[in-house]
Write a protein that binds this ligand. Structure first.
Ligand code: NAP
Ligand code: MG
Length: 405
């Protein structure tokens, strides 16, 4: 069989632990036999990040800007415990995802992979709900403090021009806590653009929600910038595709989401996105079935699994045990990147291969061949047999070979 050709490389970011093991297996069994794979490889494994003083992460992000498509394996973000586990680390390196996100000025979109055998807890959800979380500012870049005595807190902005603007936050008659938060127009605008762009690319409606009735200026600015971007740049394309941009208050959005069928993108401010993405992923079933795409305002995309490096399984693997780690989200990161590459380069074969790879995964799961984490989630009446990661990948590979023959 002739392999499917590629013209432009995908930026490939390798990672750590169990997901690094799966990464190699996915490439060997599901991609390399069928695609003449072109990637520009960056090893974001913790030790290589350490050896390059994290330059490799910056290089990988810059390569992503150049080529427009990347696929990333989960990586360790070192903490105190990891510093003990890897004594050779010269620094507690920052989260690679944070570094890449800030270089790409991107927004993260998380989407569950759904199958009939696993019903969402919310029974009327028929299609996936994608959550877009604004990842800058608000409470995550705020300052806060406590005071003991009665008094007044004021907030002052000092402009570079020398002009000052002061407001009274509150007068209090006893101990109190205070918080100062901000966001930037540029960041909100990039967030809006990424959301509209991704809605167009995936042909889904876009919902956006804030609390602008209470935070009239702060959340009002988010609402205004989204409206401006929609009217000036995206409305025509939305109308052509029959898509809807829908703004509503966050509490109204929550009620509508629960009663909806799914099948749209829900853009959330930073805190709302943090909370709601955990709720939505849990209600759909499993973190192991959640994909994640980082999207820049210009449509550059980096695909990955939403879960981490699955450390507990890795330590079993190191002892020689065969693990039943779910590779679905990592496979879908690859299929997402290959499909996007195909779309950008006009390679219909490559995009069709991505579809078939996903179809082969669904067919394998629907036949009841799945990793251990999913078996317990399957509804009565559906087949479900736990296999190892390797057995699952072999089953997908043989199904894929049939589809391509
Ligand atoms: P995790 O790797 O997502 O795993 C947490 C638990 O969730 C696992 O122990 C496992 O449960 C279950 N799980 C997650 N993915 C699974 C899969 N594909 N198949 C089967 N079960 C799965 O989170 P963590 O253990 O908190 O973090 C481990 C490392 O990952 C950390 O060093 C963290 O920095 C990193 N991390 C990286 C990213 C990223 O690169 N995007 C994201 C999050 C975390 P059981 O043990 O019960 O089987
Ligand atoms: Mg959270």
């Amino acid at each position: 069989m002739k392999k499917i050709a590629m013209t432009t490389p995908i930026v490939e970011m390798d990672g750590d632990e169990m997901t690094r093991v799966l990464w190699g297996m996915i490439k060997d069994k599901l991609i390399a036999p069928f695609v003449d794979l072109k990637t520009e490889y960056y090893d974001l494994g913790l030790l290589h990040r350490n050896e390059t003083k994290d330059q490799v992460t910056v290089d990988a992000a810059n390569a992503t800007r150049k080529y427009g498509v990347a696929v990333k394996c989960a990586t360790i973000t070192p903490n105190r415990q990891r510093m003990e586990e890897y004594p050779q680390l010269t620094e507690m390196w920052k989260s690679p995802n944070g570094t890449i996100r800030s270089i790409l000025d991107g927004t993260v979109f998380r989407t569950p992979i759904t199958i009939d055998a696993i019903q969402p807890v919310v029974k009327n959800w028929k299609k996936p709900i994608t959550i877009a979380r604004h990842a800058y500012g608000d409470v995550y870049k705020s300052v806060d403090f406590r005071t003991e005595e009665p008094g007044e807190c004021t907030m002052t902005f000092k402009g570079v021009s020398g002009e000052e603007h002061t407001v009274s936050v509150q007068k209090v008659d006893g101990p109190a806590v205070w918080q100062g938060a901000h966001n930037k127009d540029t960041s909100i605008r990039s967030f809006a653009r990424s959301c509209f762009q991704y809605a167009i690319d995936t042909k889904q409606d876009l919902w956006f929600s804030t609390k602008d009735t209470i935070a009239k200026v702060y959340d009002g600015e988010f609402k205004k910038i989204f409206e401006e971007e929609y009217e000036s740049t995206y409305r025509a394309e939305f109308e052509k595709l029959g898509l809807i941009y829908f703004y509503t208050l966050i509490d109204d959005a929550v009620a509508r989401v629960i009663r909806s069928e799914g099948g749209y993108i829900w853009a959330c401010k930073n805190y709302d996105g943090d909370v709601m993405s955990d709720m939505v992923s849990t209600a759909f079933g499993s973190l192991a079935m959640m994909t994640s795409v980082l999207v820049s305002p210009d449509g550059t995309m980096e695909f990955e699994a939403a879960h981490g490096t699955v450390t507990r399984h890795y330590y079993k693997y190191l002892k020689g045990e065969k693990t039943s780690t779910n590779p679905m989200a990592t496979i879908f990161a690859w299929s997402g990147a290959l499909r996007r590459r195909g779309e950008l380069d006009g390679l219909a074969d490559l995009s069709a291969f991505a579809d078939k790879l996903e179809d082969a995964c669904y067919a394998t799961l629907n036949a009841g061949t799945m990793t251990k984490d999913l078996v317990g989630l399957v509804e009565p009446g559906f087949p479900a047999k736990a296999v190892t990661s390797e057995e699952f990948l072999d089953a997908v590979a043989s199904c894929l070979a049939n589809k391509l023959a």
